[in-house]
Design a protein around this ligand. Sequence first.
Ligand code: CA
Ligand code: CA
Ligand code: CA
Length: 390
Amino acid sequence: MGYWGYSMDYDHASRVTDVDVKNYTSPIFQIILDADSPRKGFRNQYYEDIRIEGDISGPLLRVENRPYPWGGNSNPELGNSKNFTFKNITLEGTQARKSTISGKDANNGHHDYLFENLSINGVAVTESNKDDFFTVNSFTSNIRFVTTSTETPQQEPFGNFPVVMPARIQAEYYDQGGRNVAYYDMDEGNKYHSTLRSDDVDIKDAAAGNGIIGGNAPGEWREYSIAVEADTYELAARVSCAGKDAGMIVLLGNGPEGSSFETLDTIPIPNTGDWRTFEELKHDGVTVPLGGAHKILRLETIGNYFDIDWIEFSKADATPAAYRPARFGITARTDRVDIIRIDGSIVARSLTPPAALQLFPAETLSPGIYLVRTPGKIHIMNAVDLQGAH
Ligand SMILES: [Ca+2]
Ligand SMILES: [Ca+2]
Ligand SMILES: [Ca+2]
């Protein structure tokens, strides 16, 4: 692999990715600019995910402005080469000589070269050890060696455990893992500058630490880890919209990677008159055909923009264990609720009347799994404690 000056266009960007090289002993990346080249310098070249196996008898990279060994102008003036990226390049072996980046003079040099995750013989090449591997002369600038994480971030439930359904899920408590893993948002940063999360999802602050997700552009989505049984549920969503033709789909996939999504419901979202006017939309008879202890719920925008506060799954014959990633993970809505530790001790009990939940004492319900007993039913509750979130 190398540059052959006649065949390269000066301003023709190129991209080479995903290559394995074996038993090749000459320089792998070689750019020699001399007067035989028809253009001046090269630009915008991109190499990614290239693995070279074995020792090489020369340098890994050789970039020079000089007469080509087999001829050419003895005084080449070939302009500046700029903007080369070498990303995830691995030489599984040694180079016999140091790599070189060598310009001719101030007008014929090499600038803006980025080496991201370059590894030579098991050593990551960085700013601190680059001189062990590279010789770079003074007719160059902005030659950088950086390492970044190449691991795909893991998708994790926001509150450490999947939310046990039936429950209400605040829209802003989507999974952790970041862009393209736990959510997709089309523009960087939060355009509403909420402090609830700090990523690209466009969260608005509502009262008392509650978040609203706005800026739901078509195609954007967020995912939520849930535990859910196969059953038929009532689905509710609290939304607002001042536009028209808004909507979302509710999908369920296998977790935690969330593959094999199937659509549970399609929710057209009407104009509610104002972005600050919310309505609770309800859909009966939403069937979850296949349950699981760690499934992925995905909310995806299919129409125009809307705002969403939360989504809730409930069953007509059950009390929703409303999930709030706050001090306690439950809101009781029945005349009788016991919260019980796995060892059987009761930590909280509702009083009748009125139907208020009394905790014993209020601050001792630490994060963990509890059983919630309501008349005729036992539920599992995941209580989480998130610093600062209520
Ligand atoms: Ca955004
Ligand atoms: Ca958005
Ligand atoms: Ca909310």
